[in-house]
Write a protein that binds this ligand. Structure first.
Ligand code: NCD
Length: 306
């Protein structure tokens, strides 16, 4: 595994290995010397709170040097292209580049202009593989006592703006690797045609969430909507919003963040006893440490053997 661009790059064994090392790394408080002398570049051409901060902290906890660049405040604002930005920063010979970009395929382009291991931190509506890994990790810890085999019996309902969601695409594929059952639920305008091919069911009936062990709520991605997909956010909230009345006690609720309180999720659910939202953030750190370690250490070991 040279890069992590899509969940499709991973086998079930790869995912299991990453989740197992995340479990070990999550137990350790101290800084580790694992990536001493390695340079990790973090390039965010789109807004981020959780993903950018957790990658940066993950790299630092493994003793890597880190350069973090956001489009705002960089020469991207002066019109420098992605290619020129990468060629410039590649001169520092980074070992890994973490990239988020609004365009699908941007991580492949970055891979072409550097020798670094590329980690896709979200490209348009396409893929966000580390989010899916941290979500699987969170599910395994919260509902399967850390046992990967038990993911197989799990039923996950993913609710809302599937159309614009790279999180949903990556998560459906990741859950399918473990034989979990996934139902995508939302208004027909926000359920892409043919998405079942990724290994899931779809429903346009909100009561379809009732049977699920986990209700995974997606943000309404207003910044990616060029047309009106729903009559209004108020109406969306009334018909599809996850309120305490729509879930049962013990049914776990997840959301990748950032949440729109009162739109796709009621604040009482987000802050409630069955919410795993902050557990997801904690998992993000351990899983991203595991991913960096997998790409930068395991790879070198393999090269030495070869
Ligand atoms: C997601 C993203 O950026 O795709 N957020 C995240 O990484 N935590 C989901 C979203 O923005 O709605």
């Amino acid at each position: 595994m040279k890069h992590l661009i899509s969940i499709a790059d991973l086998t079930r064994d790869d995912v299991e290995r990453i989740l197992d090392s995340a479990a070990e790394l999550g137990e350790i408080d101290e800084k580790l010397p694992t990536l001493e002398g390695k340079l990790v570049l973090s390039l965010f051409f789109e807004a981020s709170t959780r993903t950018a901060s957790s990658f940066e902290l993950a790299a630092k906890k493994l003793s890597a040097d880190v350069i973090s660049l956001k489009a705002a405040g960089s020469s991207v604002e002066k019109g420098e292209s992605l290619k020129d930005t990468v060629l410039t920063l590649a001169a520092y010979e980074p070992h890994a580049i973490v990239v988020r970009h609004p365009q699908i395929g941007a991580p492949e382009l970055v891979a072409r202009y550097s020798n670094a291991a590329i980690v896709n931190a979200g490209d348009g509506r396409h893929q966000h593989p580390t989010q899916a890994l941290l979500d699987l990790f969170t599910m395994r810890e919260a509902l399967c006592s850390g046992d990967t085999a038990r993911l197989e019996g799990l039923h996950v309902a993913i609710v809302g703006d599937v159309l614009h969601s790279r999180v949903a695409r990556s998560l459906v594929q990741a859950l399918a690797l473990f034989g979990a059952r996934t139902t995508l639920v939302g208004p027909p305008t926000l359920l892409p045609r043919g998405i079942e091919a990724l290994g899931c069911e779809t429903s346009t009936d909100i009561t379809a969430i009732e049977a699920a062990d986990i209700v995974y709520v997606l943000r309404m991605q207003r910044e990616r909507m060029e047309a009106a997909y729903v009559p209004s956010l108020r109406e969306y909230a009334a018909r599809w919003g996850i309120t305490p009345e729509r879930i049962r006690p013990g049914q776990k609720v997840m959301h990748p963040g950032p949440i729109n309180r009162g739109v796709e999720i009621d604040g009482r659910v987000a802050d409630g006893p069955d919410s795993l939202i902050l557990a997801q953030v904690r998992s993000g750190l351990a899983v991203r440490m595991a991913v960096l370690q997998e790409l930068l250490v395991a790879r070198r070991a393999l090269e030495v053997v070869a």
